[in-house]
Design a protein around this ligand. Structure first.
Ligand SMILES: Nc1ncnc2c1ncn2[C@@H]1O[C@H](COP(=O)(O)OP(=O)(O)OP(=O)(O)O)[C@@H](O)[C@H]1O
Length: 415
Protein backbone atom coordinates (compact mmCIF):
# COMPACT_ATOMS: atom_id res chain seq x y z
CA UNK A 1 0.00 0.00 0.00
CA UNK A 2 1.11 3.54 -0.75
CA UNK A 3 0.26 6.07 1.93
CA UNK A 4 0.75 9.84 1.72
CA UNK A 5 0.22 11.97 4.79
CA UNK A 6 0.26 15.75 4.61
CA UNK A 7 2.49 15.57 1.56
CA UNK A 8 3.67 18.99 0.44
CA UNK A 9 6.23 20.04 -2.18
CA UNK A 10 7.43 23.53 -2.88
CA UNK A 11 9.78 24.62 -5.63
CA UNK A 12 10.79 28.10 -4.50
CA UNK A 13 7.60 30.16 -4.52
CA UNK A 14 5.69 27.47 -6.37
CA UNK A 15 3.67 25.03 -4.26
CA UNK A 16 3.29 21.99 -6.51
CA UNK A 17 1.65 19.73 -3.92
CA UNK A 18 -0.07 20.85 -0.76
CA UNK A 19 -1.03 18.76 2.27
CA UNK A 20 -1.97 15.71 0.23
CA UNK A 21 -3.15 12.64 2.14
CA UNK A 22 -4.36 9.45 0.53
CA UNK A 23 -3.89 5.72 0.42
CA UNK A 24 -3.45 3.51 -2.63
CA UNK A 25 -4.52 0.01 -1.76
CA UNK A 26 -3.50 -3.32 -3.24
CA UNK A 27 -5.90 -5.33 -5.34
CA UNK A 28 -7.35 -2.50 -7.37
CA UNK A 29 -6.37 -0.01 -10.02
CA UNK A 30 -6.29 3.49 -8.56
CA UNK A 31 -6.49 6.28 -11.10
CA UNK A 32 -4.63 9.51 -10.37
CA UNK A 33 -6.35 12.41 -12.10
CA UNK A 34 -5.83 16.14 -12.25
CA UNK A 35 -5.40 18.93 -14.77
CA UNK A 36 -2.02 19.78 -16.31
CA UNK A 37 0.36 21.04 -13.67
CA UNK A 38 -1.78 19.85 -10.74
CA UNK A 39 1.09 17.92 -9.16
CA UNK A 40 0.60 14.31 -10.26
CA UNK A 41 4.15 13.73 -11.50
CA UNK A 42 5.58 15.58 -8.51
CA UNK A 43 3.59 13.29 -6.20
CA UNK A 44 4.80 10.21 -8.06
CA UNK A 45 8.39 11.40 -7.87
CA UNK A 46 8.05 11.86 -4.11
CA UNK A 47 6.58 8.35 -3.79
CA UNK A 48 9.66 7.04 -5.61
CA UNK A 49 12.12 9.07 -3.54
CA UNK A 50 13.14 11.17 -6.55
CA UNK A 51 12.03 14.37 -4.83
CA UNK A 52 12.05 15.12 -1.12
CA UNK A 53 8.77 16.38 0.34
CA UNK A 54 8.90 19.89 1.81
CA UNK A 55 6.51 18.61 4.48
CA UNK A 56 4.63 15.41 5.21
CA UNK A 57 5.64 11.97 4.09
CA UNK A 58 4.82 9.17 1.74
CA UNK A 59 5.48 5.51 2.37
CA UNK A 60 5.23 2.22 0.53
CA UNK A 61 4.34 -0.64 2.83
CA UNK A 62 5.24 1.58 5.77
CA UNK A 63 8.68 2.61 4.52
CA UNK A 64 9.81 5.62 2.58
CA UNK A 65 11.11 4.49 -0.82
CA UNK A 66 14.71 5.17 0.12
CA UNK A 67 14.38 3.05 3.26
CA UNK A 68 12.41 0.29 1.60
CA UNK A 69 14.37 -2.98 1.77
CA UNK A 70 15.24 -3.91 -1.80
CA UNK A 71 13.28 -0.95 -3.11
CA UNK A 72 14.08 -1.47 -6.80
CA UNK A 73 12.66 -4.98 -6.54
CA UNK A 74 9.50 -4.00 -4.67
CA UNK A 75 8.35 -1.15 -6.84
CA UNK A 76 8.14 -0.76 -10.59
CA UNK A 77 7.46 2.56 -12.24
CA UNK A 78 7.03 4.21 -15.57
CA UNK A 79 7.51 7.94 -15.13
CA UNK A 80 9.12 9.17 -18.30
CA UNK A 81 9.33 6.74 -21.18
CA UNK A 82 11.89 8.96 -22.90
CA UNK A 83 14.35 8.58 -20.02
CA UNK A 84 16.24 5.88 -21.90
CA UNK A 85 19.75 5.83 -23.33
CA UNK A 86 18.76 6.11 -27.00
CA UNK A 87 21.94 4.47 -28.26
CA UNK A 88 21.23 1.22 -26.43
CA UNK A 89 19.27 -1.68 -27.82
CA UNK A 90 15.98 -2.23 -26.06
CA UNK A 91 17.19 -5.52 -24.67
CA UNK A 92 20.47 -4.05 -23.49
CA UNK A 93 18.63 -1.24 -21.76
CA UNK A 94 16.54 -3.76 -19.83
CA UNK A 95 19.58 -5.96 -19.21
CA UNK A 96 21.40 -3.04 -17.57
CA UNK A 97 18.44 -2.38 -15.30
CA UNK A 98 18.14 -6.08 -14.50
CA UNK A 99 21.82 -6.46 -13.65
CA UNK A 100 21.69 -3.48 -11.28
CA UNK A 101 19.00 -5.31 -9.28
CA UNK A 102 20.23 -8.87 -9.69
CA UNK A 103 17.38 -9.85 -11.96
CA UNK A 104 18.14 -12.83 -14.22
CA UNK A 105 18.53 -12.14 -17.96
CA UNK A 106 15.72 -14.52 -18.88
CA UNK A 107 13.28 -12.13 -17.21
CA UNK A 108 14.34 -9.48 -19.73
CA UNK A 109 13.19 -11.67 -22.59
CA UNK A 110 9.99 -12.46 -20.73
CA UNK A 111 9.00 -8.81 -20.30
CA UNK A 112 10.01 -7.99 -23.88
CA UNK A 113 7.47 -10.61 -24.91
CA UNK A 114 4.85 -9.31 -22.49
CA UNK A 115 5.02 -5.81 -24.00
CA UNK A 116 5.28 -7.08 -27.58
CA UNK A 117 8.77 -5.75 -28.34
CA UNK A 118 10.47 -9.11 -28.87
CA UNK A 119 10.95 -8.46 -32.59
CA UNK A 120 12.70 -5.13 -32.05
CA UNK A 121 14.69 -6.19 -29.00
CA UNK A 122 17.96 -5.61 -30.86
CA UNK A 123 16.95 -2.18 -32.21
CA UNK A 124 18.24 1.04 -30.70
CA UNK A 125 15.55 2.76 -28.68
CA UNK A 126 16.27 6.15 -30.26
CA UNK A 127 14.51 4.84 -33.35
CA UNK A 128 11.44 3.87 -31.36
CA UNK A 129 8.07 5.51 -31.85
CA UNK A 130 6.32 7.11 -28.87
CA UNK A 131 4.24 4.00 -28.35
CA UNK A 132 7.23 1.66 -28.59
CA UNK A 133 9.01 3.82 -26.01
CA UNK A 134 6.01 3.48 -23.72
CA UNK A 135 6.09 -0.27 -24.13
CA UNK A 136 9.78 -0.33 -23.27
CA UNK A 137 9.09 1.78 -20.16
CA UNK A 138 6.32 -0.59 -19.12
CA UNK A 139 8.68 -3.53 -19.65
CA UNK A 140 11.19 -1.88 -17.32
CA UNK A 141 8.48 -1.36 -14.71
CA UNK A 142 7.48 -5.02 -14.89
CA UNK A 143 11.04 -6.35 -14.88
CA UNK A 144 11.16 -7.39 -11.26
CA UNK A 145 7.55 -8.60 -10.97
CA UNK A 146 6.93 -5.92 -8.33
CA UNK A 147 3.99 -5.73 -5.94
CA UNK A 148 3.65 -1.98 -6.33
CA UNK A 149 3.42 -0.33 -9.74
CA UNK A 150 3.24 3.32 -10.69
CA UNK A 151 2.47 4.42 -14.21
CA UNK A 152 2.49 8.05 -15.28
CA UNK A 153 0.43 8.34 -18.48
CA UNK A 154 1.12 4.76 -19.63
CA UNK A 155 -1.14 4.90 -22.70
CA UNK A 156 0.43 8.08 -24.04
CA UNK A 157 1.15 7.43 -27.72
CA UNK A 158 -0.22 3.92 -27.80
CA UNK A 159 -2.45 2.75 -30.64
CA UNK A 160 -5.94 1.42 -29.83
CA UNK A 161 -4.67 -2.13 -29.58
CA UNK A 162 -1.93 -0.93 -27.21
CA UNK A 163 -4.42 1.01 -25.10
CA UNK A 164 -6.59 -2.08 -24.74
CA UNK A 165 -3.53 -4.11 -23.83
CA UNK A 166 -2.49 -1.63 -21.12
CA UNK A 167 -6.04 -1.60 -19.76
CA UNK A 168 -6.06 -5.37 -19.45
CA UNK A 169 -2.53 -5.41 -18.06
CA UNK A 170 -3.40 -2.94 -15.27
CA UNK A 171 -6.51 -4.89 -14.37
CA UNK A 172 -4.72 -8.22 -14.31
CA UNK A 173 -1.88 -6.81 -12.18
CA UNK A 174 -4.46 -5.52 -9.70
CA UNK A 175 -6.37 -8.80 -9.81
CA UNK A 176 -3.15 -10.51 -8.71
CA UNK A 177 -3.28 -8.38 -5.56
CA UNK A 178 -0.76 -5.75 -6.61
CA UNK A 179 -1.00 -2.05 -5.92
CA UNK A 180 -1.49 -0.22 -9.21
CA UNK A 181 -1.40 3.58 -9.28
CA UNK A 182 -1.86 5.13 -12.69
CA UNK A 183 -2.19 8.69 -13.89
CA UNK A 184 -3.97 9.53 -17.10
CA UNK A 185 -5.81 12.33 -18.86
CA UNK A 186 -7.84 9.82 -20.87
CA UNK A 187 -11.11 9.79 -18.96
CA UNK A 188 -12.77 7.19 -21.14
CA UNK A 189 -9.87 4.85 -20.41
CA UNK A 190 -9.84 5.59 -16.70
CA UNK A 191 -13.58 4.92 -16.54
CA UNK A 192 -13.05 1.36 -17.73
CA UNK A 193 -9.67 0.69 -16.10
CA UNK A 194 -9.73 2.21 -12.61
CA UNK A 195 -11.72 1.01 -9.62
CA UNK A 196 -10.81 3.94 -7.42
CA UNK A 197 -9.84 7.54 -8.10
CA UNK A 198 -7.65 10.09 -6.45
CA UNK A 199 -8.26 13.48 -8.00
CA UNK A 200 -6.12 16.53 -7.32
CA UNK A 201 -6.29 20.14 -8.44
CA UNK A 202 -3.51 22.66 -7.90
CA UNK A 203 -1.74 20.19 -5.68
CA UNK A 204 -4.68 19.60 -3.35
CA UNK A 205 -6.89 16.59 -2.87
CA UNK A 206 -10.29 17.01 -4.52
CA UNK A 207 -11.63 13.48 -4.31
CA UNK A 208 -10.69 10.03 -3.02
CA UNK A 209 -13.48 7.60 -3.90
CA UNK A 210 -14.63 4.82 -6.18
CA UNK A 211 -15.19 5.66 -9.85
CA UNK A 212 -18.89 4.95 -9.44
CA UNK A 213 -19.24 7.30 -6.46
CA UNK A 214 -17.19 9.94 -8.21
CA UNK A 215 -19.50 9.97 -11.20
CA UNK A 216 -22.72 9.86 -9.22
CA UNK A 217 -21.63 12.58 -6.79
CA UNK A 218 -20.22 14.95 -9.36
CA UNK A 219 -22.77 14.81 -12.08
CA UNK A 220 -26.43 15.11 -12.68
CA UNK A 221 -28.45 12.28 -14.08
CA UNK A 222 -31.26 13.54 -16.23
CA UNK A 223 -33.93 12.37 -18.63
CA UNK A 224 -33.92 13.26 -22.30
CA UNK A 225 -37.42 13.80 -23.56
CA UNK A 226 -38.39 14.46 -27.16
CA UNK A 227 -41.77 15.31 -28.57
CA UNK A 228 -42.60 15.19 -32.30
CA UNK A 229 -40.44 17.88 -33.94
CA UNK A 230 -43.29 18.87 -36.22
CA UNK A 231 -45.37 20.25 -33.35
CA UNK A 232 -43.64 22.82 -31.12
CA UNK A 233 -46.86 23.34 -29.19
CA UNK A 234 -46.58 19.80 -27.79
CA UNK A 235 -43.13 20.60 -26.51
CA UNK A 236 -44.34 23.74 -24.79
CA UNK A 237 -47.31 21.92 -23.30
CA UNK A 238 -45.05 19.22 -21.90
CA UNK A 239 -42.56 21.77 -20.57
CA UNK A 240 -45.38 23.49 -18.69
CA UNK A 241 -46.70 20.21 -17.26
CA UNK A 242 -43.25 19.03 -16.14
CA UNK A 243 -42.39 22.38 -14.59
CA UNK A 244 -45.70 22.49 -12.75
CA UNK A 245 -44.96 19.03 -11.35
CA UNK A 246 -41.65 20.27 -9.91
CA UNK A 247 -39.25 19.26 -12.68
CA UNK A 248 -36.51 21.43 -14.13
CA UNK A 249 -36.60 21.57 -17.90
CA UNK A 250 -33.83 22.78 -20.16
CA UNK A 251 -33.90 22.74 -23.97
CA UNK A 252 -31.22 20.67 -25.69
CA UNK A 253 -29.63 21.85 -28.93
CA UNK A 254 -31.36 19.16 -30.98
CA UNK A 255 -34.81 20.15 -29.78
CA UNK A 256 -35.07 17.56 -27.02
CA UNK A 257 -35.71 18.51 -23.39
CA UNK A 258 -33.35 17.81 -20.53
CA UNK A 259 -35.43 17.07 -17.45
CA UNK A 260 -34.17 16.78 -13.90
CA UNK A 261 -36.06 16.32 -10.67
CA UNK A 262 -38.63 13.85 -11.98
CA UNK A 263 -38.31 10.06 -12.39
CA UNK A 264 -38.88 8.63 -15.86
CA UNK A 265 -42.24 6.96 -15.10
CA UNK A 266 -43.58 10.24 -13.71
CA UNK A 267 -42.49 12.08 -16.86
CA UNK A 268 -44.26 9.47 -18.93
CA UNK A 269 -47.46 9.80 -16.85
CA UNK A 270 -47.38 13.58 -17.03
CA UNK A 271 -46.95 13.46 -20.80
CA UNK A 272 -49.85 11.04 -21.04
CA UNK A 273 -52.08 13.24 -18.85
CA UNK A 274 -51.17 16.29 -20.97
CA UNK A 275 -51.96 14.31 -24.13
CA UNK A 276 -48.42 14.81 -25.45
CA UNK A 277 -46.83 12.12 -27.59
CA UNK A 278 -43.20 11.24 -26.82
CA UNK A 279 -40.65 10.23 -29.40
CA UNK A 280 -37.94 9.75 -26.83
CA UNK A 281 -37.76 9.25 -23.08
CA UNK A 282 -34.30 8.07 -22.07
CA UNK A 283 -32.18 8.15 -18.94
CA UNK A 284 -28.82 9.88 -19.22
CA UNK A 285 -25.98 8.98 -16.89
CA UNK A 286 -23.01 11.26 -16.87
CA UNK A 287 -19.64 10.00 -18.02
CA UNK A 288 -16.49 10.12 -15.93
CA UNK A 289 -15.29 12.88 -18.24
CA UNK A 290 -18.31 15.03 -17.47
CA UNK A 291 -18.00 14.45 -13.73
CA UNK A 292 -14.26 15.17 -13.88
CA UNK A 293 -14.79 18.37 -15.86
CA UNK A 294 -17.31 19.59 -13.36
CA UNK A 295 -15.07 18.87 -10.42
CA UNK A 296 -11.81 20.20 -11.77
CA UNK A 297 -12.84 23.09 -13.97
CA UNK A 298 -12.04 25.66 -11.32
CA UNK A 299 -8.57 24.15 -10.89
CA UNK A 300 -7.51 24.29 -14.53
CA UNK A 301 -4.46 26.51 -15.00
CA UNK A 302 -3.93 26.17 -18.72
CA UNK A 303 -6.91 26.71 -20.98
CA UNK A 304 -7.17 27.80 -24.58
CA UNK A 305 -8.68 31.21 -25.21
CA UNK A 306 -10.89 29.49 -27.76
CA UNK A 307 -12.17 26.93 -25.25
CA UNK A 308 -15.93 27.38 -25.03
CA UNK A 309 -15.82 26.72 -21.32
CA UNK A 310 -13.51 29.71 -20.88
CA UNK A 311 -16.32 31.78 -22.34
CA UNK A 312 -18.97 29.95 -20.37
CA UNK A 313 -17.20 30.83 -17.19
CA UNK A 314 -17.87 34.48 -17.90
CA UNK A 315 -21.60 33.92 -18.13
CA UNK A 316 -22.42 33.51 -14.49
CA UNK A 317 -26.03 33.61 -13.39
CA UNK A 318 -26.97 36.83 -11.58
CA UNK A 319 -25.65 36.78 -8.06
CA UNK A 320 -23.50 33.68 -8.61
CA UNK A 321 -19.97 33.60 -7.26
CA UNK A 322 -17.42 32.75 -9.96
CA UNK A 323 -15.39 29.59 -9.39
CA UNK A 324 -11.92 30.25 -8.02
CA UNK A 325 -10.14 27.41 -6.28
CA UNK A 326 -11.64 23.97 -5.97
CA UNK A 327 -12.91 23.25 -2.50
CA UNK A 328 -11.10 20.11 -1.38
CA UNK A 329 -13.56 17.24 -1.34
CA UNK A 330 -16.33 19.25 -2.87
CA UNK A 331 -15.02 20.00 -6.31
CA UNK A 332 -15.96 23.10 -8.13
CA UNK A 333 -19.47 24.14 -9.00
CA UNK A 334 -18.93 25.02 -12.61
CA UNK A 335 -21.06 25.59 -15.63
CA UNK A 336 -20.21 22.57 -17.71
CA UNK A 337 -23.19 20.48 -16.71
CA UNK A 338 -26.33 21.18 -14.72
CA UNK A 339 -25.97 20.79 -10.97
CA UNK A 340 -27.28 17.56 -9.53
CA UNK A 341 -30.84 18.05 -8.35
CA UNK A 342 -30.45 16.01 -5.18
CA UNK A 343 -28.30 16.25 -2.07
CA UNK A 344 -29.77 19.40 -0.67
CA UNK A 345 -28.19 21.70 -3.21
CA UNK A 346 -24.68 20.53 -2.41
CA UNK A 347 -23.41 19.78 -5.88
CA UNK A 348 -20.49 17.71 -4.69
CA UNK A 349 -21.83 16.09 -1.56
CA UNK A 350 -19.86 13.13 -0.33
CA UNK A 351 -21.38 9.66 -0.36
CA UNK A 352 -23.95 9.00 2.34
CA UNK A 353 -22.68 7.53 5.56
CA UNK A 354 -19.13 8.68 5.02
CA UNK A 355 -17.44 10.87 7.61
CA UNK A 356 -17.14 14.45 6.48
CA UNK A 357 -13.50 14.68 7.43
CA UNK A 358 -10.68 12.48 6.26
CA UNK A 359 -8.42 10.57 8.58
CA UNK A 360 -5.61 13.06 8.24
CA UNK A 361 -7.24 16.22 9.36
CA UNK A 362 -6.11 15.77 12.92
CA UNK A 363 -3.66 18.26 14.35
CA UNK A 364 -0.10 17.12 14.32
CA UNK A 365 -0.24 15.63 10.84
CA UNK A 366 2.82 16.78 8.97
CA UNK A 367 1.94 19.64 6.71
CA UNK A 368 -1.60 19.96 8.03
CA UNK A 369 -0.86 22.90 10.27
CA UNK A 370 0.88 24.91 7.59
CA UNK A 371 -0.71 27.92 5.99
CA UNK A 372 -2.52 27.05 2.79
CA UNK A 373 -0.74 28.84 -0.02
CA UNK A 374 -3.94 29.00 -2.02
CA UNK A 375 -5.67 31.07 0.67
CA UNK A 376 -8.82 29.01 0.41
CA UNK A 377 -11.08 28.90 3.47
CA UNK A 378 -10.41 25.75 5.45
CA UNK A 379 -12.55 22.80 4.43
CA UNK A 380 -12.79 19.30 5.82
CA UNK A 381 -10.38 16.90 4.22
CA UNK A 382 -12.17 14.79 1.65
CA UNK A 383 -10.33 11.51 1.88
CA UNK A 384 -12.74 8.74 2.61
CA UNK A 385 -10.31 6.03 3.29
CA UNK A 386 -10.22 4.65 6.75
CA UNK A 387 -6.87 5.14 8.39
CA UNK A 388 -4.77 2.05 8.26
CA UNK A 389 -1.58 1.06 9.94
CA UNK A 390 1.39 0.82 7.61
CA UNK A 391 2.26 -2.81 7.11
CA UNK A 392 5.82 -3.96 6.79
CA UNK A 393 6.85 -4.72 3.27
CA UNK A 394 6.71 -8.37 2.30
CA UNK A 395 9.61 -9.16 0.06
CA UNK A 396 8.18 -10.06 -3.31
CA UNK A 397 8.84 -13.46 -4.77
CA UNK A 398 10.56 -11.96 -7.75
CA UNK A 399 12.57 -8.76 -7.88
CA UNK A 400 11.47 -5.56 -9.52
CA UNK A 401 13.19 -2.64 -11.15
CA UNK A 402 11.48 0.68 -11.54
CA UNK A 403 12.40 2.32 -14.80
CA UNK A 404 12.57 5.54 -12.82
CA UNK A 405 14.69 4.22 -9.99
CA UNK A 406 16.10 7.17 -8.10
CA UNK A 407 19.53 8.22 -9.13
CA UNK A 408 20.91 9.14 -5.75
CA UNK A 409 24.07 10.44 -7.35
CA UNK A 410 22.09 13.38 -8.75
CA UNK A 411 21.20 16.41 -6.65
CA UNK A 412 17.70 16.39 -5.31
CA UNK A 413 15.03 17.77 -7.60
CA UNK A 414 17.24 17.37 -10.65
CA UNK A 415 14.90 16.90 -13.60
N1 LIG B 1 11.59 20.79 -10.59
C1 LIG B 1 10.62 21.73 -10.61
N2 LIG B 1 10.92 23.03 -10.39
C2 LIG B 1 9.98 23.98 -10.39
N3 LIG B 1 8.67 23.74 -10.59
C3 LIG B 1 8.28 22.48 -10.81
C4 LIG B 1 9.25 21.41 -10.82
N4 LIG B 1 8.56 20.26 -11.04
C5 LIG B 1 7.26 20.59 -11.16
N5 LIG B 1 7.11 21.92 -11.02
C6 LIG B 1 5.83 22.65 -11.06
O1 LIG B 1 4.95 22.00 -10.18
C7 LIG B 1 3.63 21.98 -10.73
C8 LIG B 1 3.15 20.54 -10.81
O2 LIG B 1 3.82 19.91 -11.86
P1 LIG B 1 3.61 18.37 -12.21
O3 LIG B 1 4.53 18.02 -13.34
O4 LIG B 1 3.74 17.56 -10.97
O5 LIG B 1 2.09 18.37 -12.70
P2 LIG B 1 1.29 17.21 -13.44
O6 LIG B 1 -0.02 17.12 -12.75
O7 LIG B 1 2.10 15.97 -13.53
O8 LIG B 1 1.09 17.85 -14.87
P3 LIG B 1 0.84 17.15 -16.31
O9 LIG B 1 -0.54 16.57 -16.26
O10 LIG B 1 0.91 18.30 -17.26
O11 LIG B 1 1.90 16.13 -16.53
C9 LIG B 1 3.72 22.69 -12.09
O12 LIG B 1 3.35 24.03 -11.90
C10 LIG B 1 5.18 22.58 -12.43
O13 LIG B 1 5.58 23.67 -13.22
Amino acid sequence: MIEAVGLTKRYGDKTAVYNLSFQVRPGSVTGFLGPNGSGKSTTMRMILGLDNPSAGQVTIGGYSYRKLPNAPRQVGALLDAKAVHGGRHARNHLLCLAQLSGIPARRVDEVLGVVGLQDVAKKRSKGFSLGMGQRLGIAAALLGDPQVLLFDEPVNGLDPEGILWVRNLMKSLAAEGRTVFVSSHLMSEMAVTADHLIVIGRGQLLADMSVRDFISHNSADFARVRTPGTDPAQREKLTAALTEAGGQVLPEQDGALRVTGLPLPRISDLAHDADVRLWELSPHQASLEEAYMRMTQGAVDYRSTTDQRAGLQQQLPPGAVPPQMPVPGQGQPGWYAPPPPQQGGQPFAMPQGQPPAGPYGAPGVPGAGEPNPYAQPAQPAPAQSAPAQPAPVQPSAAPAQPSAAPDLTKPEDAR
